[in-house]
Ligand binder design. Sequence first.
Ligand code: SF4
Length: 218
Amino acid sequence: MIKISVPTTNSPTADLSPELAQTLPVVETFHSIQGEGAWAGTNAFFIRLGGCDVGCPWCDTKHSWNPKRHPQQTIGTLVSAAKAANPQIVVITGGEPLMHNLTLLTQQLKAADLQVHLETSGAHPFSGHFDWVTFSPKRFKPPHPSIYTQASELKVVVATEADLAWAEQQAAQLSPTVDKRLQPEWETSDSQQIVFNYVLKHPEWRVSLQTHKFLGVQ
Ligand code: SF4
């Protein structure tokens, strides 16, 4: 894994266009592989935005929840860092990235010839222009209706049997062509067996594993 540091203060904005001078709270950026879902194994540059109000008890990025704890970065800085990494895909994640309007950021990333993916719980109105949208709904804050026509894949984290019913409720609201994956919750010992058993009985679902955690990378 190559980790790319982003300055903790804004870059000078005097020379930037108004679009590139807009800012967002950024927890971190890093260059790694996409560990999960349909694009697992792909060279990816991650932009983790600050802010989340979903409240998953098993969240592994709780430090991202308060956007005020993270420095504002210009869109120009983020696009430059992503371009320099030369990834196959750029993944905008969080936190819950749809707490922010993603239109300008995604426009500028695509203007730089980058393929742009989103990881979202769908809990806020949809914005932005994406090549792929991973919809990972959470029972703790139901999705906004705007996500259901945008999702490319459905990825549901499973900690208990109750999550399987939630997964089916969400799948029923999506096109049948959307990829459907169940991902065992990493810290819950029973979750792998629950997912394994379910997928054997329901072949329309696949297993998603957090391969980056098995590899010990970010
Ligand atoms: S939606 Fe994601 S970032 Fe927010 S609490 Fe749940 S797991 Fe954590």
